[in-house]
Design a protein around this ligand. Structure first.
Ligand SMILES: [Fe+2]
Length: 304
């Protein structure tokens, strides 16, 4: 197990875990949080419902660490009213703030975890904070454990939510996770089409960042590395294990790239498709790319 801690300002730590099983991850995380934070209040775990079924984990372990597991379906994109309802539930059932929140799952669960961590310390509705740098107070300590690679949600400074009027992220310095656990073993069993479209989300992050007007030295270095890894994953004859490892790293670097720049028109198209028709994010991006190409061809431009 290897622990790397970044400066507090960046607010992110990476745990690279070899072949730890999910429960071992939770136990280690519980011990770490208990020792590091020394706060006796419970940790809340947001857990992707399907994940438990696939892994056949034993939820009774959470009792050792005063934890509470909240199961959330990932069938739909995260919504502002869902965040508000979760915050109300936590506030009604806990007399004081919990120690932190741990999001385990795909982009939906990670985004929900980030949004709830923000809204537990900030007043009003989560819809009020959709935009850029509207969050005033530091969010609750929160940890992300991705079980699918590509979204970049584990590292990005946004949590994209379907609101009453628009699909837009809560973009702020308080949105990023305080800690992230990256273990490719946890992405075992992801259905192939979901693996592909989520991986393409990462690929499109790279293209939009590298071709965008917000490109800078930071976003370029992360974007180029992520693009190189994506090309290996999608074009080279890798083993399944190698693909899992490389896509998880690509997701991280792609997320870092857009954290330092901006997404582009494919994501704008995807947000619209998600808001109007409920199209999943990765698929919406892929649908956006051909449209983007047609628009560009009208203006005699190309992606290359
Ligand atoms: Fe994306």
């Amino acid at each position: 197990m290897y622990l790397q801690e970044y400066p507090k300002g960046l607010g992110i730590s990476l745990w690279f875990l070899g072949s730890f099983l999910a429960m071992e991850v939770l136990i280690n995380l519980g011990i770490f949080c208990y020792q590091k934070e020394k706060i006796p209040r419970p940790l809340l775990f947001f857990w992707w419902m399907m994940y438990l079924k696939v892994r056949n984990c034993r939820p009774e372990y959470h009792k050792y660490f005063q934890t509470e597991i909240i199961f959330i379906s990932a069938d739909e994109e995260p919504k502002t009213n869902q965040v508000d309802a979760l915050v109300r539930l936590i506030q009604e059932t806990h007399p004081e703030l919990p120690s932190g929140i741990v999001g385990i799952g795909g982009g939906t669960l990670l985004d929900l975890s980030k949004a709830v961590a923000i809204m537990l310390t900030n007043p009003g509705s989560s819809a009020d904070y959709q935009g850029w740098d509207l969050v005033q107070k530091k969010s609750l300590y929160h940890v992300g454990i991705p079980t699918i690679s590509g979204t970049g949600a584990e590292v990005s400074r946004t949590t994209v939510l379907l609101g009453p009027q628009r699909k837009l992220g809560i973009n702020s310095d308080y949105t990023t996770f305080n800690q992230v656990i990256l273990d490719p073993e946890l992405t075992k069993g992801v259905p192939k089409d979901q693996w592909f479209y989520t991986g393409m989300d990462c690929f499109i992050h790279c293209i939009e960042s590298l071709k965008g007007t917000f490109l800078n030295a930071f976003s370029q270095s992360y974007g180029e590395k992520a693009l190189e890894l994506c090309k290996e994953v999608f074009l080279d004859p890798l083993t399944v294990e190698e693909s899992r490892d490389k896509l998880m790293m690509a997701s991280w670097h792609g997320g870092m790239s857009i954290a330092y720049s901006q997404v582009g028109v494919a994501h704008a198209m995807s947000y619209g498709l998600g808001y109007r028709l409920g199209v999943k994010h990765g698929l919406g991006n892929c649908l956006g790319i051909p449209v983007f190409r047609r628009v560009l061809s009208r203006w005699c431009c190309s992606l290359q």
